[in-house]
Design a protein around this ligand. Structure first.
Ligand code: ZN
Length: 149
């Protein structure tokens, strides 16, 4: 595994709409491994392709010691609401409160190319929304009430 460089706010990669992954190759699996290692080294709970300069719909999330590898994820259901503090590895040192759904169901491909669905509550729901937003070029600062403003 190898650590990747995390792009920071101001990098144009973070504002691009990413393209789907059409074929899962060994390179895709290496990317997932590298993204997980990079996220853990940075003490984050999620990391999306554009944050490491890959403009593809892929992200990793780790919450409560469970790893989620999301390829071409889509939110297919959500309900409730939460307002909570959020940050981002690409926006270091800044935090803000966002409104997110309390429960989110995501459909995606796993590393075997199987269609899977994951339902997240609370922090996991927030992480899914945050990472999927990255794939559409959105940052949490677009919707957050920032603590430092
Ligand atoms: Zn982020």
């Amino acid at each position: 595994m190898a650590k990747l460089q995390i792009r920071k706010v101001g990098d144009e990669c973070l504002r691009k709409v990413c393209r789907p992954i059409e074929t899962i190759t060994p390179r895709t699996l290496t990317l997932l491994d590298d993204m997980l290692e990079t996220m853990r080294a940075a003490d984050g709970c999620g990391l999306a392709g554009p944050q490491v300069g890959i403009l593809r719909r892929i992200c990793v999330v780790e919450v409560d010691d469970k790893v989620y590898e999301l390829i071409n994820p889509k939110i297919i259901a959500f309900c409730g609401e939460q307002i909570a503090e959020e940050g981002c590895l690409s926006v270091p040192g800044r935090w803000g409160k966002t409104h997110r759904p309390m429960d989110v169901t995501v459909q995606c491909l796993d590393r075997n190319g199987e269609t899977v669905t994951y339902t997240g509550h609370d922090l996991l729901a927030r992480a899914f929304c945050h990472e999927i937003d990255h794939l559409d070029g959105k940052l949490f600062t677009d919707i957050a009430e920032m603590d430092d403003e």
